[in-house]
Write a protein that binds this ligand. Structure first.
Ligand SMILES: *[C@@H]1O[C@H](CO)[C@@H](O)[C@H](O)[C@H]1NC(C)=O
Ligand SMILES: *[C@@H]1O[C@H](CO)[C@@H](O)[C@H](O)[C@H]1NC(C)=O
Ligand SMILES: *[C@@H]1O[C@H](CO)[C@@H](O)[C@H](O)[C@H]1NC(C)=O
Ligand SMILES: *[C@@H]1O[C@H](CO)[C@@H](O)[C@H](O)[C@H]1NC(C)=O
Ligand SMILES: *[C@@H]1O[C@H](CO)[C@@H](O)[C@H](O)[C@H]1NC(C)=O
Ligand SMILES: *[C@@H]1O[C@H](CO)[C@@H](O)[C@H](O)[C@H]1NC(C)=O
Ligand SMILES: *[C@@H]1O[C@H](CO)[C@@H](O)[C@H](O)[C@H]1NC(C)=O
Ligand SMILES: *[C@@H]1O[C@H](CO)[C@@H](O)[C@H](O)[C@H]1NC(C)=O
Ligand SMILES: *[C@@H]1O[C@H](CO)[C@@H](O)[C@H](O)[C@H]1NC(C)=O
Ligand SMILES: *[C@@H]1O[C@H](CO)[C@@H](O)[C@H](O)[C@H]1NC(C)=O
Ligand SMILES: *[C@@H]1O[C@H](CO)[C@@H](O)[C@H](O)[C@H]1NC(C)=O
Length: 599
């Protein structure tokens, strides 16, 4: 500290006796000119179709967009040209504002440069410039998703002050990554590492991001290398083509490690028990690998763990009741989906005061949910699981009645219980959950009816109770669910008519009421559902005429099934429907002779 401030003082004096570049003084010395020239050379190599760097003119380079200087000296300390519009809307506005072109070695002249961010631009398969290894004062280097390719140069070993190194390609988990990669490959990094030993020279490294950098040639050496970086806090090696096992280091050095994300690789060993020695761990993601064997109970004793994702390993085993009896003191996200967890969920689950997200779907859980859960005393809010927003238990073998405490999870936004063997009625308490957005209970043995109080769920976007034994009629109040996008109630014993109020569901995209005992006519108001894409009313006892009004605003419809009812079509012969369906079955045999061309 002392040294830095003395240095600062000397620099400040130098500044007064030489130059006030950023304060608009007229005299410009060689030093400033050379920095300015370095930046202008850098700029002239870049292609900037959107004129992002239009402010890069005049002598006050400290005020150019993306440039920061040390105020006292006018030294350039930061160049931040990350794309401000990364892939927000990947299909429509893909990587607008991107920079490309050459990266001039003139940057070497900026001897004080500490921070360089070129992320999310498109340098079109350019290799990472070797000269970056000469930017010796760099603390932060972000080249993520900027279109670099080839081998990461071992020259970077000279960056002994580097604390943040991000060479990741972005992780696109909700869209078709391969499709995008094909059409936009120049915007992704396509990097690999042959030999990773040089990285042990990056002694200041706190953050290493190399998602989707191909490390297949490195083998398991990455463990020893990471173990030699004394300050390493975050390690992101998702999708790096790492395989086989990760050997335990002889002695676990990684005392600072808080985040390890090594998801989407090909590890096919047991869970790396040595991670349990890293007591600072806050977040572990080893999802989407091929781990097998037991999930160690010790994970539940890691004192700082907030985030654990071991989903999609398929062969990880464990007893859920043993696991959840551990303390999990700070856990907020627990995702163990798509494994081989067995047993039943213990009442101690209520004690997870900070839990926000629990996903145990696609496992072998059985037994019934505990009737009562603990937690009333433990959590400061005096309610069990006070922070839970998403609970996912679908595709298990859970049975018995749905317990009333589900309706006490006041912050719940999503409840997924489909594909189990739950029976009996849906607890009335569920219809009081004000924040509920998704309620999926399909493919169980539930009975009873949907109550009027369903209209209170003002945030509901998706409701699924298909393939159960529900009876009664669809309540009129369903029309109050103004956010509802998907309504699936097929394959039940619902009777009565479809309420006219259904036409008020202005956001509705999917409506499936097929295979019930619904009768009466199809309400005209259906024709108002301008967002509707899929409509299935087949296999009911519906009747009456289908007029042009029933289809009035359905311009987005692409799937339509109305067969196995007793409708008769009553539209003029030259009527052109507002939609083009790809998949259509209106039950031709029952529609009568006036069979329009579009069927
Ligand atoms: C440098 O000066 C600018 C403008 O006067 C100010 O916004 C900024 O916070 C200062 N930076 C530092 C590191 O003092
Ligand atoms: C598309 O990019 C422009 C900048 O070119 C930005 O102003 C706009 O907000 C972006 N739109 C979307 C939908 O991302
Ligand atoms: C990205 O930059 C390249 C090269 O300048 C340009 O051809 C491309 O159109 C840009 N992409 C977008 C979405 O603006
Ligand atoms: C790295 O440092 C070594 C020793 O200081 C030096 O010989 C070498 O030229 C440097 N490499 C780069 C790319 O600056
Ligand atoms: C690198 O830049 C990307 C996009 O600008 C950002 O999301 C990421 O957090 C940055 N990495 C680090 C280590 O700051
Ligand atoms: C990674 O590199 C190896 C060896 O060069 C290659 O066989 C493999 O296909 C690469 N993986 C990916 C995902 O590109
Ligand atoms: C532990 O880290 C230090 C550097 O901090 C290194 O010298 C030592 O070799 C490391 N130990 C192991 C077993 O890797
Ligand atoms: C982990 O810690 C235990 C003691 O708690 C120790 O016996 C063991 O050697 C450690 N393992 C490693 C790989 O450091
Ligand atoms: C959990 O909820 C309580 C209040 O219900 C709140 O004080 C606390 O900050 C929440 N914890 C987390 C991790 O969000
Ligand atoms: C749950 O499955 C196990 C086998 O994994 C079986 O032994 C046990 O009886 C089952 N329990 C219930 C309540 O069905
Ligand atoms: C619902 O199913 C349970 C058995 O799971 C049965 O006892 C009850 O009578 C059924 N209720 C209705 C309304 O069908």
């Amino acid at each position: 500290m002392e040294k830095i401030s003395i240095l600062g003082f000397i620099l400040a004096i130098l500044y007064f006796i030489t130059e006030l570049a950023c304060n608009g003084h007229t005299h410009v010395d060689n030093n400033v000119q050379s920095k300015q020239k370095a930046l202008i050379d850098f700029n002239s190599g870049l292609k900037d179709p959107n004129n992002r760097l239009s402010s890069w003119k005049g002598s006050n380079y400290c005020y150019w967009k993306g440039i920061s200087c040390e105020n006292s000296t006018g030294f350039v300390i930061s160049i931040d040209l990350h794309n401000p519009y990364p892939r927000e809307n990947v299909y429509e506005n893909w990587s607008s504002m991107n920079l490309s072109g050459e990266i001039s070695p003139s940057l070497i002249k900026l001897k004080s440069l500490k921070y360089l961010d070129l992320s999310f631009n498109s340098f079109k398969a350019m290799p990472v410039p070797q000269f970056f290894g000469s930017l010796k004062n760099l603390i932060y280097l972000n080249l993520s998703s900027a279109g670099f390719s080839g081998s990461i140069p071992s020259n970077l070993r000279n960056l002994s002050s580097l604390q943040y190194l991000d060479l990741s390609s972005e992780y696109l988990d909700d869209i078709d990554f391969e499709y995008l990669y094909d059409i936009h490959s120049e915007y992704f990094n396509n990097l690999f590492v042959e030999n990773i030993e040089w990285m042990t020279d990056l002694v200041s490294l706190k953050y290493l991001g190399m998602n989707y950098v191909n490390l297949s040639l490195v083998g398991s050496r990455w463990v020893e290398v990471a173990n030699k970086l004394p300050s390493l806090t975050e390690l992101h090696l998702g999708g790096c083509s790492l395989s086989s096992s990760f050997p335990s280091p002889t002695f676990v050095n990684l005392t600072s490690l808080a985040v390890i994300a090594i998801n989407s690789n090909y590890f096919n060993s047991k869970f790396p028990e040595w991670l349990l020695n890293v007591s600072n761990l806050v977040s572990i993601d080893i999802s989407d690998n091929q781990l097998h064997g037991r999930i160690p109970l010790g994970l539940g004793e890691l004192p700082n763990l907030q985030y654990l994702d071991l989903s999609l390993n398929v062969n990880l085993r464990g007893s859920i009741s043993q696991l959840l009896r551990k303390s999990w003191k700070k856990i907020e996200v627990l995702n163990l989906a798509q494994n081989e967890l067995h047993g039943s969920i213990p009442s101690s689950i209520g004690n997870f005061c900070n839990l926000k997200y629990l996903d145990l779907s696609f496992n072998l859980l059985n037994g019934s949910l505990p009737e009562i859960i603990e937690g009333l005393e433990t959590c400061s809010s005096k309610s069990p699981l006070p922070n839970l927003t998403e609970l996912s238990l679908y595709y298990n073998q859970l049975m018995g009645k749905l317990p009333n405490w589900l309706g006490e999870l006041k912050n719940l936004r999503a409840l997924y219980l489909s594909s189990n063997k739950f029976e009996g009625p849906i607890p009335t308490s569920l219809w009081t959950l004000q924040h509920l957005e998704y309620l999926y209970l399909s493919r169980n043995e539930l009975n009873g009816s949907l109550p009027d109080s369903i209209g209170q769920l003002s945030q509901l976007q998706g409701l699924g109770v298909s393939s159960n034994h529900m009876s009664g009629s669809l309540p009129y109040s369903i029309g109050q669910l103004s956010q509802l996008q998907c309504l699936y109630v097929s394959s039940n014993h619902l009777s009565g008519s479809l309420p006219d109020s259904i036409g008020q569901l202005s956001q509705l995209q999917d409506l499936d009421v097929s295979s019930n005992h619904l009768s009466g006519s199809l309400p005209d108001s259906i024709g108002q559902l301008s967002q509707l894409q899929e409509l299935d009313v087949s296999s009911n006892h519906l009747s009456g005429s289908l007029s042009e009004q029933h289809f009035w605003k359905l311009s987005k419809l692409w799937y339509l099934r109305m067969d196995s009812n007793s409708f008769h079509l009553n539209v003029s012969p030259n009527w052109v429907p507002p939609f083009q369906v790809n998949d259509l079955d209106m039950g031709s045999c029952r529609l009568g002779p006036s069979f329009p061309a579009w069927l």
